[in-house]
Structures are given as C-alpha cells and as structure tokens.
Design a protein around this ligand. Structure first.
Ligand SMILES: NC(=O)c1ccc[n+]([C@@H]2O[C@H](COP(=O)([O-])OP(=O)(O)OC[C@H]3O[C@@H](n4cnc5c(N)ncnc54)[C@H](O)[C@@H]3O)[C@@H](O)[C@H]2O)c1
Length: 253
C-alpha cells in the first residue's frame, strides 16, 4: 500500500464510472476523482455542459434504468480504458421530482419511474460491472443513498423508499461479492446545496436544515467528494456493506 492509498485518495489511472455525472453532485465527484488522476467516465441522460478543465473525464449518454444502456456503457468504458476499478451509482430522479407531495397523491407511474431509476438503476449497474470487477479480482462500488432514509423526510415517500432500498441492496450485494475482491458501500448525504436542492426547497427550509447540524452550515458537494474518493480507494478495502451518513451530524448511525 502506498502513502497515496493511506490518504484515502484514488491512485492515478484508476478508472471510475460515475452515473448522473453531467451536473450537480455527480459532476463534482467526477472532477474531484479526476483531479486525483482518475480516468472518469460519466453516464447521464442529459448532456454535460461544464468544461472538463483538462481533466480526464469522458461523458457518455446512458439511461441507468435500461439494461441495454448499461451493456453499451460498460463496453464503451472498457474500449476506452480497458478496465473498471470503481462504479459510483449517483444517478437518480431527484431534481425532476418537483414539489414534495403527500404519499396519497403520488401517481403510480411516478412511483414506478423513481424506483426504476433510483433503485433498479443501482442494481443494474452493479450487475453490469460485476463480471469485469470479478475478472480483475478487485473493484469498488459506491451507491449514493440519502439521509432522508434515516430522518424520515415527509412528502417524499417514493424517493425515500427508493434510497432505503439502495441501502438494503448495498448490504446484500456486499455479502455476495466480498470474496471476489469487491467492496460495496453507500453514502447517505444530507441536504446538499445543489441547483436541484435549491429548486426543490425554499431558502428558509435550507437555513433551518443547516441549523440542525452539529456542524451548523450549508453542505456543499465538496463535503461529499472526499468520502466517495476514500470509498473508491485501496485504503477502504476492509470496509463493505456500510452506509456512511455525511450530513454534518444530524442523523447518527
Ligand atoms: N442534493 C441533495 O441534497 C442530495 C441529498 C441526498 C442524496 N442526494 C443524491 O445525490 C445524487 C445526486 O443528486 P443531485 O443533487 O446532483 O441531483 P440532480 O438531480 O442534479 O442529479 C442527478 C443526475 O442524475 C441524472 N439522471 C437522472 N435520471 C437518469 C437516468 N435514468 N440515467 C442516467 N442519469 C440520470 C440527472 O440527469 C442528473 O444529472 C442523487 O442520487 C441524489 O438522490 C442528493
């Protein structure tokens, strides 16, 4: 193990696939990993608009809820880089949820779509990269859940249920793939001040949320990125099936 590993950073040349990486948290995670020397491939249903700033970030259009899309994404990543060291399952329907609504009002089609992207997408992603990581004898999977699972945020039932399932899936798959040299962990962020969050919540709600934290300030994507990076690094090899709550100290596990 090198000193780089002990810092919890990814080694230069680490190939990381980040879903939902065109904007928001996924874009910041991609930049953070690439700044450490990772070769990052992002997958999103929308075009990435920001410059990559000379970092090794390749944007691919893919729908994580679609099985065929995953086959193409994995093939494209292998064509370009020859392996996949880490998968960060970050894509989700979050910004697209619109205003919060009582559980009694959620249309069945909307429930199913949220589950298809936020939960099935994570399962399909792990399933798609598994043969590659198993053949390599190593791999890291980081699933982005949400602290709403722990705090029970109201009027967001499909979203919280989808993220609760991600935590359960993380534990279950971790047990299945540990012997293959693959770790699977989840990160449960608190309310991160992204464009998506600002469009879903008013300023008073954001200020009240920040005030409830043991570290009483707004949470930025940069608060999350080093934790994800650690979970993608060699140094986290004996940590698996866990969910790290990164919320400035609201919910304690
Ligand atoms: N922002 C927060 O406060 C917060 C808190 C906890 C967890 N999270 C989670 O963090 C992750 C990123 O959130 P964000 O704030 O950047 O939200 P966001 O809505 O801006 O980003 C989600 C990204 O996923 C992409 N996406 C949606 N459906 C997709 C699909 N079918 N296939 C591929 N990509 C798809 C979107 O286009 C978008 O770029 C999500 O998993 C979200 O649930 C966010």
């Amino acid at each position: 193990m090198t000193s780089t590993d002990l810092r919890g950073e990814v080694a230069p040349g680490t190939v990381v696939l980040v879903t939902g990486g065109a904007r928001g948290i996924g874009a910041e995670l991609s930049r953070h990993l690439a700044a450490q020397g990772a070769a990052v491939v992002t997958a999103d249903v929308v075009e990435a608009t920001e410059e990559t700033g000379g970092l090794d970030i390749t944007h691919v259009r893919a729908d994580v809820s679609d099985e065929a899309s995953w086959r193409e994404l994995v093939a494209a990543t292998l064509d370009r880089h020859g392996r996949i060291d880490a998968l960060v399952n970050n894509a989700a329907i979050y910004q697209g949820l619109g205003v919060k609504q009582p559980f009694t009002d959620i249309p069945v089609e909307e429930w199913d779509r949220v589950m298809a992207v936020n939960t099935r997408g994570v399962w399909l992603g792990m399933r798609a990269v598994h043969p590659v990581m198993k053949a390599q004898g190593r791999g890291r999977v980081v699933n982005i859940a949400s602290s709403t699972v722990h705090t029970g945020v109201p009027y967001f039932a499909h979203y919280t249920a989808s993220k609760g399932a991600v935590i359960a899936l993380t534990r279950s798959v971790a047990r299945e793939v540990g012997a293959d040299g693959i770790t699977v962990n989840a990160v449960a962020p608190g309310l991160v001040e992204t464009e998506a969050t600002r469009s879903l919540n008013d300023a008073d709600y954001l200020a009240a949320s920040a005030g409830r934290r043991a570290v009483p300030r707004a949470m930025e994507p940069g608060d999350l990125a080093p934790v994800v990076s650690f979970l993608c690094s060699e140094g986290s090899g004996f940590l698996t099936g866990q969910t790290l709550i990164v919320d400035g100290g609201v919910a304690f596990s």
